[in-house]
Design a protein around this ligand. Structure first.
Ligand code: URA
Ligand code: URA
Length: 238
């Protein structure tokens, strides 16, 4: 065995171990410290970005009253994070905490999402996080098709502005609202979908993982595929 292949094998072993440790931490196993896996944030392919700024898009949204969800909201919750992100996460709609703080995924599900992001070696601030709907539905009911149709174009403009390489869409509702698919999340999770010229990975919603922690393993498997894809397209620094 050559030195190079041995080194490769060692690197992959270290990577695997780091992932395992991060995931154990995420599951609440304490006493292990871990540095985030360094990520390379320059994609190989040139990106085709729309040139619109987030501020322009948000200005168009304004103090929105386009759909009935405005009646129960405190704040419009916009997409947040790194505007050069290679990786984006998309959820369904704000919950109570998000509505209060005007930030996506800051409640319990959001805290789990942060751990999921870290478990594949990204920092929270390296990625982009948003929702298909920006106002909290009463009692957290799913947004209606009309409400989705009103709000989704703004998310699509944000996606065009940033042009992430991969979007992770979380949960059945968000997946069906973002993609044109018949099958449910249990069938499609873990399988890259090509949509908007972007690779989209459906996975479970973190709120669902809070209700059924046994599904965290599958989510992690899905996210590892995302990480492997981003690794494979990253510019190697030699
Ligand atoms: N659930 C979502 O789908 N989005 C959030 O921002 C918070 C919880
Ligand atoms: N059902 C959902 O709506 N979301 C999930 O993530 C899993 C099951």
């Amino acid at each position: 065995m050559s030195i190079e292949s041995l080194a490769d094998e060692l690197r992959s072993l270290i990577k695997q171990t780091e992932e395992q440790v991060a995931y154990f931490q995420e599951l609440g196993v304490s006493g292990i410290a871990l540095e985030a896996v360094p990520t390379i944030d320059s994609p190989q392919q040139p990106r085709s970005q729309s040139g619109e700024s987030m501020e322009q898009i948000w200005a168009d949204i304004g103090d929105c009253i386009r759909c009935p969800l405005h009646q129960g909201r405190t704040h419009v919750v916009h997409t947040e994070g790194n505007r050069k992100a290679r990786l984006m996460f998309v959820g369904e709609a704000p919950g109570a905490d998000e509505d209060m703080q005007a930030r996506p995924f800051v409640g319990r599900a959001g805290q789990l999402l942060t751990k999921i992001i870290e478990s594949i070696g990204f920092k929270h601030e390296e990625v982009l996080i948003g929702n298909i709907n920006r106002c909290r539905p009463p009692g957290n009911r799913p947004p209606t098709p009309d409400e989705v149709a009103m709000c989704k174009p703004f998310l699509l403009r944000e996606i065009a502005a940033v042009s992430p390489e991969v979007i992770v869409v979380m949960g059945n509702t968000a997946m069906k609202n973002l993609l044109d698919v018949k099958d449910g999340i249990t069938k499609l999770r873990g399988i890259f979908q090509d949509h908007l010229g972007i690779k989209i990975m459906p996975t479970f919603h973190p709120a669902y993982l809070l209700r059924d922690p046994s599904k965290k393993r599958e989510t992690w498997e899905d996210l590892k595929k995302v990480r492997d894809h981003l690794d494979s397209t990253a510019k190697r620094e030699v």
